[in-house]
Design a protein around this ligand. Structure first.
Ligand code: NAD
Length: 492
């Protein structure tokens, strides 16, 4: 049985594989991954710190060249990387390629680091005095990532953290950790000095060590809300800069004037793509007025045409969920829904009998606050339908929800769409776009329980998060000039 190694100081480092990594399409264990002991964690952080001492002073053109080459290597290895993702995560190969493409965008954005790191300069703020600002790297960044985007989320963090001159210790999800090791190798091939990027395998215990480690300066975390909150609080208590992105419950509002075929297609793509295991997946379709019956029928009709199967079968629309426990949890939500007055319009739970961790598409009509299928992030192929009478009720529903990652509205009314984008307390909004993940030159982040900390991830806020400001005020005295002035400095 294979053990998935760490990647430290430019090399694979074997450990004792204790945690199973499954192929979710078969249910078989395909490898094991180690949980390092505290001394190993110390060694990895020390190696990153040592490498940072030089990397922080690398030239901007050196970093740009490495990132350009890395981008090219990712393109050349896309098939291999996608196959690794599918083997451990279960998503379709097409979806794995999509994830790589969205990750690549972040590398491309980071390639513009010379522009993004430009400081400011103000000449003659007082007589003979100039001021300029610059941003410097923080040091060692711990990047802690979830299972559902095993290459995209590491690239959200890594591209910008390296571009800004930091060293990185990536702690990937223990469910699908192989592709991170390949990221390390490709970065090395691109010319990144040893130790600047490291992969530390492990689990919650490993994360705790990183959060408490004096050699870690900043933490970028993406995962579930309870863990995000804990990571934020613990990281801050240990003096680190932290951004912690959490879970979601994303609503898609459909107004009476919407094109219901377009809305039904969007609900299918955003609800069931990647088996619903996306933080920007739509989990509740909010039907306003009398659109519900017709829309539910259209969604149900499309569900009947979906094929669920292994991710490496081109016929599959979506693959399995990540583990047997998660599959059982999803099945339980659906099984318990009728007791809460919810109608099961389509029930895909029979697929749980197959080998592997499959759940078919489920459609639940009548979800509402106070029911388990509404109140919890299910993170599976379960789409809920909520029925409300008015636009105002739809907005109240969204704004009362403790999550605020993404939301969408489907309408032909530009004014209603514009008003919606201003009314909702959510970080990312789609207008006739069901999964509004911002391109890499904007930043990604939710509100409320979907993000702890102030900085959104990647894009301009990513560059700001991984750097701190210095402002330098300069005056060159004339040769014979000398004065003592105990007053507070003024610019006039
Ligand atoms: P998770 O919270 O279980 O794990 C995320 C990471 O935290 C992993 O590396 C894991 O090893 C570590 N971890 C787990 N338990 C921990 C603990 N008690 N203490 C410290 N570290 C711990 O999340 P997951 O199941 O891998 O991913 C799915 C979740 O991530 C969903 O809730 C999804 O919405 C969320 N997510 C959010 C975003 C976003 O951008 N907001 C993006 C992707 C996924």
């Amino acid at each position: 049985m294979t053990t998935i190694p760490h990647f430290v100081n430019g090399q694979r480092k074997e450990g004792e594989g204790t945690l199973p990594v499954f192929n979710p399409a078969t249910g078989e264990v395909r490898a094991h991954v180690p949980v390092p002991d505290p001394a190993f964690v110390d060694d990895v952080v020390a190696s990153a710190r040592a490498a940072w001492a030089t990397w922080r002073s690398s030239t901007l053109s050196q970093r740009t060249n490495i990132l350009f080459t890395f981008r090219q290597l990712l393109v050349e290895h896309a098939d291999e990387l996608a196959a690794l993702i599918t083997a451990e995560h279960g998503k379709t190969l097409a979806d794995a390629h999509g994830e790589i493409a969205r990750g690549l965008e972040n590398v491309e954005y980071a390639c513009g680091l010379t522009e993004h790191l430009k400081g400011g300069f103000s000449a003659q703020v007082a007589d003979g005095v100039d001021v300029h600002s610059l941003r410097e790297p923080l040091g060692v960044v711990a990047a802690i990532t979830p299972f559902n985007f095993p290459i995209m989320v590491p690239l959200w963090m890594t591209a910008n953290a390296l571009a800004t001159g930091n060293a990185v210790v990536l702690k990937p999800s223990e469910r699908d950790p192989s592709v991170s090791v390949r990221l390390g190798e490709l970065l090395g091939q691109a010319g990144l000095p040893n130790g600047v990027f490291n992969v530390l395998q492990g689990n919650a215990t490993t994360v705790t060590q990183l959060l408490e480690h004096p050699g870690v300066d900043a933490v970028s975390f993406v995962g579930s809300t309870p863990v995000a909150r804990h990571v934020y609080e613990s990281g801050i208590a240990h003096g680190k800069r932290v951004q912690a992105l959490g879970g979601a419950k994303n609503h898609m509002v459909v107004l009476g004037d919407a094109d219901l075929d377009v809305a039904a297609d969007a609900a299918i793509n955003a609800g069931f793509g990647s088996a619903g295991e996306r933080c920007m997946a739509i989990s509740v379709v909010v039907c306003v007025g009398d659109v519900a019956d017709e829309l539910v029928a259209k969604i149900a009709e499309r569900i009947d045409a979906l094929t669920v199967g292994p991710g490496d079968d081109p016929a599959s629309d979506f693959g399995p969920v990540i583990t047997a426990e998660h599959r059982d949890r999803v099945v339980n939500y659906v099984a318990n829904a009728p007791a809460e007055g919810i109608t099961i319009v389509r029930d895909g739970t029979a697929l749980a009998e197959r080998d592997g961790f499959f759940v078919g598409p489920c459609l639940l009509d009548g979800v509402r606050p106070g029911t388990a299928t509404y109140d919890n992030e299910i993170f599976g192929p379960v789409l809920g339908v909520a029925r409300v009478a008015t636009y105002e009720e739809a907005v109240t529903l969204i704004n009362s929800n403790p999550y605020g990652n993404g939301t969408a509205i489907f309408t032909r009314d530009g004014n209603a769409a514009r008003r919606f984008s201003r009314d909702v307390t959510v970080g990312m909004i789609g207008i006739n776009v069901p999964i509004p993940v911002p391109i890499a030159s904007y930043s990604f982040g939710g509100w409320k329980n979907s993000l702890f900390g102030h900085a959104h991830i990647y894009g301009p806020e990513g560059f700001a998060f991984y750097t701190r400001a210095k402002v330098i005020t300069t005056r060159w005295p004339q040769a014979s000039e000398s004065q003592i002035d105990l007053g507070f400095p003024r610019t006039r």
